[in-house]
Design a protein around this ligand. Sequence first.
Ligand SMILES: Nc1nc2c(c(=O)[nH]1)N[C@H]1C(S)=C(S)[C@@H](COP(=O)(O)OP(=O)(O)OC[C@H]3O[C@@H](n4cnc5c(=O)[nH]c(N)nc54)[C@H](O)[C@@H]3O)O[C@H]1N2
Ligand SMILES: Nc1nc2c(c(=O)[nH]1)N[C@H]1C(S)=C(S)[C@@H](COP(=O)(O)OP(=O)(O)OC[C@H]3O[C@@H](n4cnc5c(=O)[nH]c(N)nc54)[C@H](O)[C@@H]3O)O[C@H]1N2
Ligand code: SF4
Ligand SMILES: [Mo]
Length: 733
Amino acid sequence: MAKPPIPLPQLIELYGPHLNYEPPGGWQDESIHPADKLVKTHCCFCGQQCGIQLKVRDDQVIGFEPWEDFPFNRGMLCPKGVKRYMQNNHTDRLLGPLLRTDNGFNATTWDEALDFTVKRIREIQEKYGKDSVAVYGGASLTTEKAYLVGKFARVALGTKHIDYNGRLCMVSAGTAYKLAFGVDRSPNPWEDIPKAEVVMITGSNTAECSPITTEYIWRMKDNGGKLIVVDPRMTPISRNNDLYLPVRPGMDVILYMSILNVILREGLHKQDFIDAHTIGFAEVAESVKQYTPEVAADVTGVPPAAIEKAALWLGNAGAAMILHARGVEHQSKGVENCSALINICLATGNFGREGAGCVMITGQGNGQGGREHGQKCDQLPGQRSIDDPDGRAHVASVWGIEPDEIPTAGYSAMEIMSALHSGEIKALVSICFNPVISLPHAEFTKEALEKAEFVCIIDPFMSETAHYADVVLAGSLQEEDEGVVANVEGRVLHIQKCVNPPKDARVDWTIFVDIAKRLGREKHFDYHSSREIFDELREASRGGHADYYGITYEKIDKQMGVFWPCPTLDHPGTPRLFENAKFFHKDGKARFMLTPYRESGDPVNNEFPIYLTTGRVVSQYLSGTQTRRIGALVDMYPEPRLEIHPRLAKQHGIADGDWVTVTTRRTSATFKAMVVKTIRPDTVFVPYHWPGKKSINQLTHRTIDPRSKIPEYKVSACRIAKTTDSSTEGGSQ
Ligand SMILES: Nc1nc2c(c(=O)[nH]1)N[C@H]1C(S)=C(S)[C@@H](COP(=O)(O)OP(=O)(O)OC[C@H]3O[C@@H](n4cnc5c(=O)[nH]c(N)nc54)[C@H](O)[C@@H]3O)O[C@H]1N2
Ligand SMILES: Nc1nc2c(c(=O)[nH]1)N[C@H]1C(S)=C(S)[C@@H](COP(=O)(O)OP(=O)(O)OC[C@H]3O[C@@H](n4cnc5c(=O)[nH]c(N)nc54)[C@H](O)[C@@H]3O)O[C@H]1N2
Ligand code: SF4
Ligand SMILES: [Mo]
């Protein structure tokens, strides 16, 4: 029977008065409330993983100091980093487990919540088989937790269906990099960026989403380098660019093939490098012949002269870098887009040297580390393929089981939600993931969760997805446990435990250990600290591409981070991959990949003539569960606005601040217009951090890239109309 969502419970009624520490003079007022200690750790939000010192008093985070010695951000922080300390004591923190009843959620004991969870898992698995229970993990978790979630699914539950929210994020890049190089990591340390003569940034709102990277770009410009920006919107990074290519959403691959066309036409490719270090050039060279700048201009909306200029700059540079993010990856041809960028860098010999490379700007806090050690449906620790017999044997020996006991590859995140919707999967255990807001076509997600026979959510906050749960387990925040993460560069960092979780909330990994014990698998989950999990992970990753064996907490502290692979204890780590153009495929060579154009899964036509694209703003983070609770951030950008060009606005009689109804093939929603000259006149943009009627994911579609399985958030087709009725706007659920 379908179970409807329960509205937000009154947490005060459930838990009684909160433990909050809110000094009258403000948390930052040192004279009134001096800190007990300053802890050097990292920001919990994006993949930049800025170093920060958190101020702690009475087991509460009360403020911060910059950490100027940490080399990546040298004390700099963005608005989210500055305010992140406010989440630790927030009145909305879940302070213990909750159970669904006929009258809403009731507070309960951990024993009761965990016993019930295990009872339901057992009943469902006995009735429908092991694979009827799926697990969702997340890339805000430390690597220890991410590793444990993968092991928990396969060893404690015995299910093959385990995947994570990074599936909505960098997987197109990951797939393309594995195909080209045999490994999934940005090849360059960020210190390479200022050394490039030309940098092309595409599909990245760098200044708002990877703010510290902006400073590396300015340094490149100060050194005399040139900046090319490709985006349907002129975001803040393009205010100082030397060349701007206003690509039409979803047409990237043609633009990049055209750039390669000009490079080859002008003979700017490096034939010696291509012959010595790559495979597949001839087919790719042939495939780009048809995309002259004139042909490409018609489709992409980028003038031929701009394509020529970009190609000449990239082709003539002694060292060039391409940086890309979700703008190219969130497409049903996200893999092709990334491969086309890699092809440009391979053809121009831009790998394995300072200031030369193609790099993805990983988004989530532990987006890199979270995708290396087995919470992906097709992967085992060390970035091993789950199909690789040697890898399975190695991991099984570390886990103390037979290789055959490790399930085969299961469904990806989107496919798990589809299988919940169709009834093939009956139950979901989800940590650190808020699919009701973050998956496309929200109505479908809600239907799927209502159909599920059992949903268990582990989160520090009552996320919108937790409203659909049978059990909500109060988990921990990043500052409440020790562990490691890997930043955008592949630099492994040490997260310090600053405080304990409040009241009866628990450190995440202990929850999995307790469930595993109740399932009779205690032998395989006998951990007493994060360090013990890390030590096992080091062994499990040993010999894989993402080899962590030589990394220790102490070494990270001493070196301010260790870049993987790091195979032995005396190995210093590997900041730049592919030195001397040696790639990770067995023959050491990189692969050119063919990148044929395909139509978007939601094409524009007469009925839906406008492109809708979605993304972020600087003050909010992802589904907003954390940042929508921090008033100072909410004030910066309180609600989603629809960015629209004055020309398109005029055609529809829309002025700045008017209500606009946007309709896609799914449904309609209403947003306030923000008329700006910085967006293509055939495209509108809405950020996605809000729930309910403010959620743009009501309108997006579920087409996925066939190889990476990423949704096409960046390309939908819509029509718009001015409305005076804002009744479809607002509301929370
Ligand atoms: N403030 C803030 N920072 C964040 C996050 C956050 O939520 N808030 N999240 C983090 C995470 S998980 C991620 S993944 C990153 C995301 O970081 P980004 O990828 O930089 O951010 P997005 O806003 O998703 O999209 C990037 C750009 O793609 C452009 N774009 C849209 N369609 C197309 C297209 O068809 N082609 C091209 N070339 N570009 C297109 C958009 O206009 C946008 O400027 O940010 C991380 N940092
Ligand atoms: N339309 C549109 N949709 C998008 C995107 C887009 O550009 N456009 N971007 C996509 C991208 S790139 C991403 S990464 C996804 C992100 O989408 P989600 O992963 O769903 O978003 P988060 O807000 O990270 O949700 C994570 C949940 O984990 C909880 N959490 C945070 N830290 C911890 C922890 O340490 N322990 C536990 N137990 N819980 C924790 C938070 O409270 C939150 O409820 O959204 C995707 N959705
Ligand atoms: S959100 Fe990202 S850029 Fe901002 S302070 Fe945190 S880690 Fe740094
Ligand atoms: Mo992301």
